[in-house]
Structure formats: structure tokens, C-alpha cells
Design a protein around this ligand. Structure first.
Ligand code: DCP
Length: 134
């Protein structure tokens, strides 16, 4: 059994918008939009894993902030959490994703209504919308 945690980043720009990343795989998720992230490796803290994953996937350095409250059970023993973050160096680049997009509350809500958000990530939408509407 592979236990563990997946950590995703809710990355906010200085103008308040949120970064979404378009998945390239697996086929059933390709084209849908997510908070970028990945699995926490043994010996890493959540924050360290998020910094590493966002460096690998987006080529940016981030400063990690406060966790979102909702967590998602991906399968028994594998949970996913999200943490707010800000970019401190670099411009996000697509290495593993099809595309990237900065969204405001109305755009995020419209994408959700159109079914364009990765299903697991929908758990965070109320908190993300609250952040974006602050
Ligand atoms: N996941 C998700 N929503 C996200 C990020 C991840 O639902 N915002 C899910 C999809 C996968 C699992 O978490 O079931 C792992 O995600 P990734 O494949 O993106 O992460 P890794 O690259 O770390 O995993 P792997 O090594 O398995 O490719």
C-alpha cells in the first residue's frame, strides 16, 4: 500500500488572480484544470514538497503560505491538501502541463460550471472563490 499525501499549490499573483494548470495526463483528466502539485516524498515536509513540485513543474520558486481547509481522499491512504503560495522568482512555464491560466473569481466559477476543473480539486472551489473575492 502506498500511503501518503499529494500537495497542490493555490498560487496567487500580486493582482489577486489564481494560477490554474491544464493537465496533460491521464487521458480522463487531460484538458481539465487543476492546482499544480504532486506527491510528498519520504522525509519531506508538505512545504518542502510543494516548493520542489512547483519548481519542477512550473520552474518557479514559491513562498508557501496558509493551508486551505478542505482535504480530499484520493484513495485509502492517499490524501490531497492544498496550500496557498506566492511566486518569489521565475515566470510559470509549462513543462508537464498543456497550458497555464491566471483566473479571477468569475473565470474560476465559469470554468467550474462548465466542468473544466479536475473533479478532486472542486473541493477547494468555495475557499478559492472566497480568496479571489476578498
Ligand atoms: N491530483 C489531483 N489534483 C491535483 C493534483 C493531483 O487530483 N491538483 C491527483 C492526480 C493523481 C495524484 O493526485 O492521482 C498525483 O498527481 P500527479 O500525477 O500530478 O503528481 P506526481 O507527479 O507527484 O505523481 P506521479 O509520480 O504518480 O506522476
Amino acid at each position: 500500500m502506498s500511503g501518503g499525501t499529494v500537495v497542490a499549490g493555490a498560487i496567487y499573483a500580486d493582482d489577486g488572480r489564481l494560477l490554474l494548470a491544464q493537465r496533460a495526463y491521464p487521458p480522463e483528466l487531460a484538458g481539465l484544470w487543476e492546482l499544480p502539485g504532486g506527491k510528498v516524498e519520504p522525509g519531506e515536509t508538505l512545504d518542502q514538497a510543494l516548493v520542489r513540485e512547483l519548481c519542477e513543474e512550473l520552474n518557479v520558486d514559491v513562498r508557501v503560505g496558509v493551508r486551505l481547509e478542505a482535504s480530499v481522499r484520493l484513495k485509502p491512504g492517499l490524501d490531497m491538501v492544498a496550500v496557498r503560495a506566492r511566486i518569489v522568482a521565475g515566470i510559470p512555464d509549462t513543462t508537464e502541463h498543456l497550458d497555464l491560466r491566471w483566473v479571477d473569481a468569475d473565470m474560476l466559477n465559469a470554468m467550474d460550471l462548465r466542468g473544466e476543473i479536475v473533479p478532486n480539486d472542486r473541493a477547494w472551489i468555495p475557499e478559492l472563490l472566497a480568496d479571489l473575492r476578498e
